[in-house]
Design a protein. Structure first.
Length: 151
């Protein structure tokens, strides 16, 4: 997992050949004005979902994992907190992995929590169980999905 400010995205961009495409797009477009929906940057390999979510208490947040995509999450308006726990430590699966939706859910409690503000981002790799949408009121966010490179 990576947590940082958009102004420091250059370091994260080195980790995957498509990360720069995402960060360049996010920095050059005011996504807070964009309507909810999908923005395709490179077909099914790289896209951004703009979403409005209702914030929830940390006890209500559910850990999720992905195998096919890396998530890069950006709060656009409002403050969003996340729970985190490494997938190797997840033991209580509540919904098995669904390859079509690229998601599995877990009942485990997160090891740690952190908060993002607009202008910041978090990168969640397949090794990162994450519980999003913790916060107050309505949160507008962008979720970039970047296809994992299989080696």
């Amino acid at each position: 997992m990576i947590i940082d400010s958009l102004k420091n995205s250059g370091l994260a961009e080195l980790l995957h050949p498509d990360f720069k495409l995402v960060f360049d797009y996010v920095k050059s477009h005011d996504l807070s004005l964009h309507e909810p929906g999908r923005i395709e940057l490179k077909g099914a390999d790289v896209y951004i979902n703009i979403a409005h979510v209702d914030g929830k208490e940390s006890a209500e947040a559910v850990l999720e994992t992905h195998e096919q995509y890396i998530d890069i999450q950006f709060p656009l308006s409002g403050v969003e907190s996340f729970g985190w726990k490494g997938t190797g430590d997840l033991t209580r699966q509540s919904r098995p992995y669904d390859a079509k939706d690229d998601i599995a859910f877990f009942e485990d409690a997160p090891h740690t929590f952190f908060t993002l503000h607009p202008g910041e981002f978090a990168v969640f790799f397949p090794a990162d169980g994450h519980a999003p949408c913790i916060g107050q009121g309505r949160i507008k966010k962008a979720i970039a999905k970047v296809k994992v490179i299989n080696r």
